[in-house]
Structure formats: structure tokens, C-alpha cells
Design a protein around this ligand. Sequence first.
Ligand code: ADP
Ligand code: MG
Ligand code: MG
Length: 339
Amino acid sequence: MKKRILLLAGGQSGEHEVSLMSARSVLAALPVDQFDVTPVVISKEGRWLPPTQTQHALESGVADSGGDLVLHRAASAEGYDAVFPILHGPMGEDGTVQGLLTLAGIPFVGSGVLGSAVSMDKVMTKQVLASAGIAQVAWRLAVRRDWHDRPDTVRQSAQELGFPLFVKPANLGSSVGISKVHGSDELDNALTLAFSLDRRVILEAMTAHKPREVEVGILGNDAPIASPVGELRFSAEFYDYETKYTEGRATMHIPAPLPAEVAAQVREQALRAFRALDCAGLARVDFFYVEETGEVLLNEVNTMPGFTTTSMYPKLFEAAGLSYSDLVARLVELALERR
Ligand code: ADP
Ligand code: MG
Ligand code: MG
């Protein structure tokens, strides 16, 4: 069976010409009995050229303007100014859709590829935030291959952190696949569940006391502002899927009843995290506040937080005097500002 390859070449970078040369080499070098290669040249303007223009561009080494940018037509011919990708989790909040929209040259609400991808990944987030000097819980990374081949090394990581601990797929949200593990007898099930959802899993220590969960909204691009701090209260052992999505299981408190210096610290750390992760537009930054010790630990950054009229993020800005529709208008402005 021949391998079918779509070869994208050219592109909008300064290495456009180099890419065309590479593409010509690939086309010339791959044996036609083994590979069926279809080249598509992307012009310097970002237009994807149809076959005849692609052929011409490859032969001449120059991609004339022209062609058709399918993505761009789809989204902008109708006169849209911006896209608001209210998508949560993988394939939406993780840089994939953001990459597509960037290629298409369409302004969109929220973080770009980098901020989205790094913030979606709980391990990458922890690493970046640690280098920005932001306090977090102790954690370990585990990969699926090790869980299959050398499970004792993974169990050892858990022992080092101590129980109870949390086991989470690295790239998910809505508490899907997350377990609170009370002792070693519960560990294997938790890891099996998390690894069924992701190649990479994070193990996290828990603070000695059940922490309070406080959240802050960030709005802006390079000069972001922080909302008041909100708090979630619930009786479940942790903020699991049912508690998040069953009416009445959790209550929102805005502003969170916190000592002023704690609220200030939360807001300052949230802004610092937003910048360190190269976020844009909006993010909801979630923290644990350990009342007994006064510790503030950053838990995660959500680059496309829940956005119903009753969700925490819009409510936090409503408390700051920005109505839901003003907030959406502001987000569109911020999307256009980033062009
Ligand atoms: P998601 O992205 O799915 O919301 P989180 O990391 O926010 O995942 O975890 C979901 C919930 O699990 C948190 O809101 C909290 O209740 C609990 N939780 C997660 N990690 C910890 C931890 N290290 N210590 C205490 N509680 C935790
Ligand atoms: Mg999340
Ligand atoms: Mg969360």
C-alpha cells in the first residue's frame, strides 16, 4: 500500500523560500511506487494554492498571490469580525482550534496557541509557574508507558508524595478522570482510570487540611486586570463532576470572605500566572487557600472558563461592574487588538 502524504510547503514565515526548496527535494526524492505525495503550497499571504498554482510555485520557487484560503472564506466571508471559541478541554481549549484560527488569519477570543496549550496541560503549567515563583502543591509526572512497563516506579512516586493525593489526566477538565486517593489500596484504580484518558498523568499532594477553593477572573491582553476573588463551597469531598454540574451542590460567594491581604495575594499571583503562561483575553485562575496555615497555592489556569450567565467568570466581572454583554464586547475588542 502506498503511503499518501499531503505536503504543505511555503507558508507565511521568513523561511518560505527555504520551505519550497525542501518541498521540491521531498517530491523529487520519494519513490513514486511507495509514496503518493500531494503538494499544497501556502503563499506568503497565507493562501492555500490549488494544484496548478502549487505546481507553478514549486517550479518557479515563487508563490504568486492568489489562491484560496478555505478556512478564511468559511469564517469571514459572512462578515464575522471575530470567532469566540467557547470550547472546553482538548481539541478546543488546548491550542488546536487556536492554531487553526491563527492560520486562517481570523481574530479570536482568548489565548493563542502557546497560552492555550500550556495552560491545558497541568504538568506544563506547573513547570512554567514554578519558574515564575508561584506556590503550588508538590507533584509528580507519570507516563502511560511506565505504568505499563514499570508500575512500581509510578507507585513509588505516589509514596513519596504521601496520601491522600490526587491523580489526574494531564490534559482534561471538569474533573473528568480525577480521583482522590486515600491510601495505596486505591492507587491502582485511580491510575488505570487516568491513563485510560491520557498518556500523561499528574499525581498531586494534598494539603494536610481540606483547602478552601477560591477563583479569580483575569481580563485583558498585555495589561490584564483581575476581578474580585470568588469562592466555591460544597459538601462533597472535592469539587468533582457531579458537584460542578448538579444544580444546588455548590454555592458561589463573591467576594470571597478572605482577609484583605490573602485576596490581594490571590489576585497578584493570578496576574503573574496569566503573564507567565502568555494568556490573552480571559482566564480563570483557581487557587487553594489553606486557612490553617495561610498558604495560597495555585491549582490551575482555565483559558476558556465556563461562560454561562451564572458561571463564576462572568459573575466575578459582574461584581466588578461589567455586565455579561459588556464583558463579551470587551473580549471581542481584545481579540481584535491582538491582530
Ligand atoms: P479540572 O481541570 O478538571 O477542574 P482540577 O485540577 O481543578 O481539575 O481538580 C478538580 C478538583 O479536584 C479541584 O477543584 C479540587 O476540588 C480537587 N483537587 C484537585 N487537586 C487537588 C489537590 N492537589 N489538593 C486538594 N484538592 C484538589
Ligand atoms: Mg481545569
Ligand atoms: Mg478545576
